[in-house]
Design a protein around this ligand. Structure first.
Ligand code: GDP
Length: 596
């Protein structure tokens, strides 16, 4: 395969995702460790935030599985920070930074919530992936075959162990199919564009790791070769992984460069908290090779890096740089164009904010965007969304929210600065922080619901309850001043100190107000449907204004009727709802908009 002298094929970028504890970190460590022990001295280039496994190393590890002549891609670059949180943070030109992904699933545990989340993200970003069915070595009776390809390892297992493993693998294949991916054990997959390959592996014994690397290499070579062609002289493009203070350098950014070349002295534009930062690279740093680890300095300077590469950039004015933001080299083009490009890319991520809402802080742009998406789905408005730790200013802003439930800060993977902590102690603002987005939002929603319930309870305490009741025959104990009479509550709740009256046609006639309720000789505050009590009414005279046998109603003020109907319907009893409905019905015959 010939290449233009200006172009070269870059290393595909690989991300590792999966549920917590399913073995992402262990798998990466094992791949790295195996690569270091298998690789020729010096073959492994040290990267910042990523591990480069060259094709030769992969082919040594994979033995008969890989013939290096079949490949012209230089190897694989694994991003060191696993998890779909970092995956969604790592973007390139609006898409995913990683070209390909490994979804780690514990063979015993199968699909878990974060597995599903990861799949959603992979689907949304259209990232090809393979499934590493990890912890194969925990199959009962497993006979470990350190570092072997999985077929060889399977040949050394008892029938029983093999069939137990298979059972778990088919469970995972079934779960993949449930979420719309047709999958099979990787050696049965004919077309990796149509089917997801499942590779049984162990991050403990390295069994299956040769297979995993082979499948990743094969997938990239077959389906991504074209996209891997880069201009070796082109202006470098990359993504900020992390902003870090480094002794002797001040604020630096760790970045992955996915296109072109980045040289020491280049002018670069980097997405910042406020405006894009335009600065000049003072140093490009990489970890020292393992052999030189004893030297004082952690890093060595390099003159340039060509994609794909992980590198630390030292330059002035990087304090405001944001994790997840784009980096662009300004070379042979006007700086304004590059600034505009960076702005446009950041605008894509910009979160829609409302006049009133919560304050959201997240560690990276990608996670901020994920938070915003999740909050939009939950219909929680956002007043302000920013990357960074929680500062006093955030507390002050949260306090300005109009609705009480919006006086909240939702912090994802961020710290609270000491002075902000002090402010929070006195401010009327609640802080929610968590490292798992859905839990964070769930916690907030629980709080809002509890608050709402508490509020409804206080309103319910104050609101006038509807009731309909009948004066019993032969139960007038006193004619007037006040009238004392036995009644039966037909529906609703008859409360003391309420105005009562009757309907004359559709017109409500108030006759007086209750000044006492007695049940079997005891004073009570209210009587429920079905109860017989005697009541004292100030105002009417029995036999003149009202008669025994008459039906009376509690007079529900229009505002209360509205709250009852619109907000507290679920909180009141069925017979109260019935009394309310009948009351409103009659009121509305005269005025259709009464209580609306
Ligand atoms: P992560 O949260 O996905 O990064 O998971 P870790 O890599 O931290 O692994 C979680 C636990 O599972 C650790 O105790 C690991 O030692 C263990 N573990 C990971 N992979 C394997 C494996 O292949 N076999 C066995 N037996 N244990 C494993």
């Amino acid at each position: 395969m010939t290449q233009d002298t200006r172009t070269t094929l870059r290393t595909p970028i690989v991300a590792v995702l999966g549920h917590v504890d399913h073995g992402k970190t262990s798998l990466l460590d094992k791949i790295r460790g195996s690569a270091v022990s298998e690789g020729e001295a010096g073959a492994i280039t040290q990267h910042i935030g990523a591990t480069d496994i060259p094709l030769e190393t992969i082919s040594t590890m994979a033995g008969e599985l890989v013939d290096p002549d079949d490949f012209d891609l230089p190897g694989l670059l694994f991003i060191d920070t696993p998890g779909h949180h970092s995956f969604s943070t790592l973007r390139a030109r609006g898409g995913a930074l990683a070209d390909i992904a490994v979804l780690v699933v514990d063979v015993n545990d199968g699909f878990q919530p974060q597995t599903e989340e990861a799949i959603d993200i992979l689907r949304r970003t259209g990232t090809p992936f393979v499934v590493a069915a990890n912890k194969a070595d925990t199959t009962p009776g497993w006979n470990p075959q350190e570092g072997e390809p999985i077929q060889r390892s399977l040949a050394a297992q008892s029938d029983r162990a093999e069939s137990m493993l298979n059972e778990n693998l088919y469970e995972i294949i079934g779960q993949l199919s449930d979420v719309g991916f047709s999958a099979d054990l990787y050696w049965r997959v004919q077309d990796f564009q149509k089917n997801i390959g499942v590779v049984p592996v162990s991050a403990m014994t390295a069994e299956g790791i040769p297979d995993l690397l082979t499948v990743l290499m094969g997938l990239s070579q077959r389906f991504m070769r074209e996209e891997m062609a880069i201009d070796v002289h082109g202006p470098g493009e990359g993504t900020v992984l992390e902003v870090k203070d480094e002794r002797g350098f001040g604020a630096t950014v760790d970045a992955v460069i996915y296109d072109g070349v980045l040289r020491n002295g280049d002018t670069v534009v980097i997405g910042g908290q406020n405006e894009p930062i335009v600065t000049e690279v003072r140093a490009l740093l990489r970890p020292r090779p393992l052999a030189e680890i004893r030297t004082e300095k952690k890093f060595e300077k390099v003159a340039e890096v060509t994609a794909a590469a992980g590198v630390k950039i030292a330059a002035p004015d990087l304090d405001d740089a944001m994790a997840g933001a784009p980096i662009r080299v300004v070379r042979d083009r006007p700086v304004e164009d590059v600034v505009a490009e960076v702005k446009a890319e950041l605008a894509e991520i910009e979160v829609e904010t409302a006049e009133d809402g919560v304050v959201v802080k997240a560690d990276t742009l990608g996670s901020l965007e994920a938070m915003a998406d999740a909050l939009r789905e939950s219909e929680v408005p956002i007043m302000r969304a920013e990357v960074g730790d929680i500062a006093p200013r955030d507390v002050a802003i949260a306090e300005t929210a109009n609705q009480q439930e919006h006086k909240a800060i939702l912090g994802f993977n961020v710290d609270v600065l000491a002075n902000a902590k002090r402010e929070l102690e006195t401010a009327d603002v609640t802080l929610y922080s968590n490292d798992v987005i859905y839990q964070l939002i769930e916690n907030y929603e629980t709080f809002v619901e509890e608050r709402k319930r508490a509020q409804q309870e206080t309103v319910l305490d104050k609101v006038v309850r509807p009731s309909r009741f009948r004066l019993l025959l032969d139960h007038t104990f006193r004619q007037n001043n006040p009238a004392v009479v036995g009644v039966e509550v037909i529906s609703g709740t008859l409360q003391n100190n309420r105005n009562v009256g009757y309907f004359e046609g559709n017109e409500f006639e108030r006759v007086g107000s209750l000044s006492g309720i007695q049940k079997q000789g005891e004073d009570v505050d209210e009587a429920r449907a079905g109860e017989r009590v005697s009541i004292a009414i100030d105002g009417p005279t029995i036999g003149r204004d009202i008669e025994e046998g008459d039906t009376l109603w509690t007079e529900v003020p229009e505002k209360h009727a509205k709250i009852l109907e619109q907000e507290l319907r679920e909180q009141i009893t069925a017979d109260e709802r019935e009394a309310l409905a009948a009351y409103l019905d009659t009121r509305r015959k005269r005025d259709p908009f009464w209580g609306k």
